[in-house]
Design a protein around this ligand. Sequence first.
Ligand SMILES: NC(=O)c1ccc[n+]([C@@H]2O[C@H](COP(=O)([O-])OP(=O)(O)OC[C@H]3O[C@@H](n4cnc5c(N)ncnc54)[C@H](O)[C@@H]3O)[C@@H](O)[C@H]2O)c1
Ligand SMILES: [Zn+2]
Length: 367
Amino acid sequence: MEDINFVWKQVRVELDKDSYDILIGPGVLTHVSTDLKDIFPASSYFIISDSNVSDILGEDLLNILKSDGLNAHLLSFPAGEASKNMDTVVSLARNMVRKGADRKSMVLALGGGVTGDIAAFLASIYMRGIKCIQLPTSLLAQVDSSVGGKTGVDIPEGKNLLGTFFQPKRVYCDIGTLTSLPRDEFINGMAEVVKYGMIMSKELFNILEKNYLEILNLEPDLICKIVTESCSIKAKVVSQDEREGGLRRILNFGHTIGHSIEAASDYAISHGRAVSIGMVVVSKLALIKGMFSEREFKRLKTLLNNLGLPTCVPSDLDTRTLIELLYHDKKTIAGRINFVLCSEIGRCFVTDEVDVKEVEEAIDSCR
Ligand SMILES: NC(=O)c1ccc[n+]([C@@H]2O[C@H](COP(=O)([O-])OP(=O)(O)OC[C@H]3O[C@@H](n4cnc5c(N)ncnc54)[C@H](O)[C@@H]3O)[C@@H](O)[C@H]2O)c1
Ligand SMILES: [Zn+2]
């Protein structure tokens, strides 16, 4: 898992005084303790993790920090999206107070996207904001949620409705941690990697196409390459548009339809798989509009299938329901929404020049 000869990669997220680095490679977690002492001194460190990651990686990290003489604590919460709420945030905050956390303490978010979102949100509001470092351990967290500074929790009315923009001080993507990640979760994360290839990097798409088997086998060189390329693209987009005014919208490729597929299935279809289907549907839409080629559409479907991702809209999700969810309610069906479409692999644009009829046709032809 660890390889001292491996050269770690570094990606910079440029955001003026909030700029930070992402370190990527097998074993970067082993470097955290030294960096904390040298670069990020704090009165105490709070590793926040979910119940799975806490057992697999949290205890070890805690022991390393402690043996390096740091005042460290490990707090965990039950794994799963159901924990991403204010109750968890308040309970963690109360635990931190009890363990003496002050304005100079630091949060270390060790886990998947759920942990990252909760822990960074907590850091952003604890005593009006304390420093936070992201230690993502799921592929989705490494290529997406740990970078960009969006934090938040869910409320019954909707996902991520309470949150902040709060940039971490650094991100450590230890690709070695992916060896214990359930395969299904890894494949979910791969949908986001394909997304980056589609919207901005023909080279990344080509790497995925040629090496999907090695990638599924977690070959470290390749995983490092695709995580680095994905982080570079997210960093570039976020640097230019921190708060989603313009460019950041391209990260929603496949997501507009993906979200309605997730919702229509009552979240039985996971985010990554819904995004995979969403990417196929919007690419079909672009094809119908004469803006994308049949050849590249086939390449996308083949790649997703090779990675074990779905490419068809399930028969039990009817088109009408998906359209209604897409346009939120029937009254706005006449209105327009923005779609991210690709003109070719690696190149995309945002348009609202899409008729409901075309969306229906695209969904129907992806059955
Ligand atoms: N902030 C953002 O910009 C952003 C972007 C995308 C998604 N998100 C959020 O991310 C969340 C989804 O993230 P996720 O898919 O990582 O979910 P998750 O955090 O629930 O992790 C998925 C599962 O994998 C387990 N896991 C994680 N790392 C592991 C490891 N190394 N070994 C073994 N098990 C491990 C977790 O315990 C969990 O059971 C959602 O809440 C979503 O809203 C946020
Ligand atoms: Zn996503």
